[in-house]
Design a binder for this molecule. Structure first.
Ligand SMILES: [Zn+2]
Length: 60
């Protein structure tokens, strides 16, 4: 089972928060203002589940 991470981000420019599920810890771009390369505030590794698969499938 591949490792999954729920990454929580907060944008330093517009202060919006969001979470994203990836198969690695990685930087993300702000979906609100487009600020780039934001490092996750925190990352939780999660067991693979159908719900996560659907989240990932929607992204790709
Ligand atoms: Zn932003």
């Amino acid at each position: 089972m591949p490792m999954r991470f729920v990454n929580r981000y907060q944008c330093p420019r517009c202060a919006k928060e969001w979470t994203d599920v990836w198969d690695a810890m990685c930087d993300d771009d702000c979906p609100h203002c487009g600020f780039r390369h934001i490092t996750p505030l925190r990352s939780e590794d999660v067991e693979g589940s159908e719900e996560d698969d659907q989240l990932l499938a929607r992204k790709r």
